[in-house]
Design a protein around this ligand. Structure first.
Ligand code: PMP
Length: 361
């Protein structure tokens, strides 16, 4: 039987394995590996999902107008410039499908989110990875990495898994400096955690070469429903809608997202708790001899002395029922990424890291 080959580039993709959710033989695990909101979704979102039970036989809305209107009202945006997807992963996929392809180059940073490379290769484009400066997005390196073939430039701000971010002046310099045939994509999956940061929405409105992606999986606690959105110039939205399936987002996801975005008090409470506990966790880990970069998101990047120590600590934490994330795949083998959990989880993980550093195995 002849082997049916996938198109070029597909076999260069490394499988994206999500964070572990279970540990064999351990009950009551604490999962701090996928940057989920430890407080769960807004109660209003849970009610909205329950109401959907009666309509499961119905296809969802295909234009997502209710959610786009809610997003526009709450964030002061234009509903016509919004597109919804099954997670922001799907918006990233649409961008690569529509603007990538053979001959195109897609630029992202060395510790950037894994989906940029995966979607670039899946589209047939060439992924171009550029260096960061001390785990911070380096605008000069990105500009140096661009060529006349660059179609997309992805940065996550704040970045996963480093937690670092760059300021608006740097982002504007990037948007100004990329080649004219390229789009800058500002991935704002963690933007809600940064007080007063709009994820680049206003820049999208001011320029014709900037796109913003956002998610309901993090602050809004709806990772299980798969819903995200993008904000872009009208011509880009028109392009993306052509590769979008008509019913790409479920009715439960749409209803929960709309209720969540309108529950601004709950979002505020989660953001404040995250800021408080992130500061506490970073300090506690540093006191145990494990420094963290200054994180602006809902996780910290804990730095160990070497890759073996990071791996051994991960193994020790698992024995204690704590699941965190190794990030060797992100070229950070000395590090573990730890989601900011609720207060007991933060105390437990800090305590266990302390025990490990004191010699426990
Ligand atoms: N961008 C970044 C930087 C992320 O960390 C994630 C989730 N890990 C995503 C996008 C995708 O999130 P989702 O598809 O759940 O919206």
């Amino acid at each position: 039987m002849p082997k049916i080959e996938a198109k070029p580039g597909i076999m260069d993709i490394d499988l994206y394995v999500g964070g572990k959710a279970h540990l064999d033989g351990v009950s009551n695990v604490i999962k701090l590996s996928s940057n989920e909101n430890p407080f769960g979704p807004s109660p209003a979102a849970q009610e909205a999902v329950k109401r959907c039970v009666h309509d499961l036989h119905r296809y969802p809305s295909s234009d997502h107008i209710e959610l786009r209107t809610a997003l526009a009202e709450v964030h002061g945006l234009k509903a016509d410039n919004i597109i919804c997807g099954a997670g922001s992963d799907e918006i990233i996929t649409f961008l690569c499908q529509a603007y990538g392809g053979p001959g195109a180059e897609i630029v992202y940073t060395e510790h950037g989110f894994a989906m940029y490379r995966i979607c670039a290769l899946a589209s047939g484009a060439t992924p171009v990875e550029v260096r960061e400066r001390d785990r911070i997005t380096d605008v000069d390196a990105i500009l140096e990495g661009c060529t006349e073939h660059t179609k997309l430039v992805f940065i996550a701000n704040p970045n996963n898994p480093t937690g670092t971010m760059i300021g608006m002046a740097e982002i504007e310099r990037l948007a100004e400096g990329i080649p004219e045939q390229a789009l800058l994509v500002l991935d704002g999956a963690y933007a809600e955690y940064v007080e007063g940061y709009d994820g680049g929405a206003k820049l999208v409105e001011m320029r014709d070469n900037v796109v913003m992606t956002r998610t309901f999986s993090k602050l809004y606690g709806l990772g299980g429903l798969r819903i995200g959105w993008g904000y872009a110039p009208r011509d880009v939205i028109d392009v993306l809608n052509r590769v979008r399936g008509p019913f790409n987002v479920s009715n439960t996801a749409l209803a929960a997202a709309e209720a969540s975005v309108r529950d601004t008090a709950y979002a505020e409470k989660c953001r404040n708790e995250n800021s408080r506990l992130r500061a506490w966790l970073s300090e506690a880990l540093a006191e145990h001899g494990v420094p963290c970069d200054t994180s602006t998101a809902n996780f910290v990047l804990a730095r160990f002395g070497n890759p073996d120590e990071a791996k051994a600590c991960d193994a020790y934490l698992q024995k204690q029922g704590l699941i965190v994330r190794q990030v060797a795949g992100y070229k950070l083998p000395n590090c573990l990424r730890i989601t900011v959990g609720d207060e007991p989880a933060c105390r437990q993980v800090a305590h266990a890291v302390g025990q490990f550093k004191a010699g426990a195995r």
